[in-house]
Write a protein that binds this ligand. Structure first.
Ligand SMILES: *Cc1c(COP(=O)(O)O)cnc(C)c1O
Length: 338
């Protein structure tokens, strides 16, 4: 694995912290042992508000610049962290950015919305256009790109979540970073737990860990799809990422994407998510988010209570998302969910 061969922009100085969470570990201790829980602070990555998309954008934006692009086009949900960070990268690089917002939950988008919606406005998106759930997003982005070209611009399309093989390199790089930090700290991990959405994070991590022959299993926690569908998505993208790197192919046995903490659907609140967000905030002073890292942590908590981590040292990969918290205040304070 030789990632220095790929053009890359640098948006984070150095590594993100790798820390133990002793108070969460104590809170989850069971008779069989709840596992020793650590955290990789990718919520502290660079660009406005941080989070996992920053690592993918380092490779995607370098590619856009190499191709002479002046306008980025991407897509996401109303509270998309990916749209926020793509826009932040565009601002920093002096590019225009056009966002297509897919209203996955009917009625969930408002131009006056808080959280990431507000940040789309502050960072100066060239356009924000809402489309209904189920719209052909590739076609919408192609149409947007054609409009940019017709106006004399040079568009660059970034797929949802930045989850292309090139974007997923960011998480192969993260696998490498984790291995270096773990070696440096003299701390061997038995498992990594991570949110699994558009799959670039999960897939890149797997491709990197397989390439490094790390022998650390990854437990993905779905935030949107059914288990079999997501595992197939992750495998396909992990294999395409390995192809791009010229490294050994991940296999189906490497992929686990549990769907037990999705709840009623993408971005819809669950009592376990609210508990997870409140527990991390009150025990460790770390902010999760309701859509991704809160549900992933709900999965970690659920698995710890089931005894799944007995005797293990577990690393939770914090993918970020806290800038959306204010938009979900009603859910987080809903007495029926607490
Ligand atoms: C996008 C996102 C995820 C999911 O990552 P994917 O690469 O899309 O699977 C997890 N957490 C946060 C905060 C995100 O914004």
């Amino acid at each position: 694995m030789n990632l220095a061969r790929f053009p890359r922009r640098h948006y984070t100085p150095g590594f993100t912290p790798l820390e133990p969470m002793p108070r969460l570990t104590a809170a989850l201790a069971t008779e069989s042992g709840g596992g020793e829980i650590w955290i990789k602070r990718d919520d502290l990555l660079g660009l406005a508000g941080g989070g996992n998309k920053t690592r993918k954008l380092e490779f995607l934006i370098a590619d856009a610049l190499a191709k002479g692009a002046d306008t980025l086009i991407t897509v996401g949900a109303p509270q998309s962290n990916h749209c926020r960070l793509t826009l932040a990268a565009a601002a920093k690089e002096g590019l225009d950015c056009r966002l297509i917002i897919e209203e996955r939950v009917p009625g969930s988008y408002s131009e006056a919305g808080l959280g990431n919606n507000l940040l789309f406005d502050l960072m100066g998106a060239a356009s924000v256009r809402m489309v209904k759930a189920g719209t052909d997003l590739a076609a919408e982005m192609a149409e947007e790109a054609a409009a940019v070209t017709a106006a004399g611009g040079q568009p660059y399309i970034i797929v949802g979540g930045g989850s292309s093989p090139l974007g997923a390199l960011g998480y192969a790089a993260c696998a490498q970073e984790i291995m270096v930090q773990a070696f440096d700290a003299g701390v061997a991990f038995d498992r990594i737990v991570v949110a699994s959405g558009s799959a670039g994070t999960h897939s890149g991590l797997i491709a990197g860990l397989v390439a490094l022959n790390a022998g650390i299993p990854v437990t993905g926690i779905n935030v949107r799809r059914a288990r079999a569908e997501q595992e197939a998505n992750v495998l396909k993208l992990a294999q395409a990422t390995a192809d791009l790197m010229g490294t050994p192919q991940p296999v189906a046995e490497d992929i686990v994407a549990l769907a037990d903490w999705v709840g009623p659907g993408y971005s819809l609140p669950t009592a376990q998510m609210v508990e997870a967000v409140r527990l991390l905030a009150s025990k460790e002073g770390i902010l999760l988010d309701p859509v991704y890292s809160g549900k992933a942590m709900a999965g970690l908590i659920g698995l710890a209570r089931q005894g799944a981590f007995a005797g293990e040292r577990v690393l939770f990969l914090h993918t970020g998302g806290s800038p959306s918290l204010s938009a979900f205040a009603g859910d987080l304070r809903n007495p029926e969910l607490t």
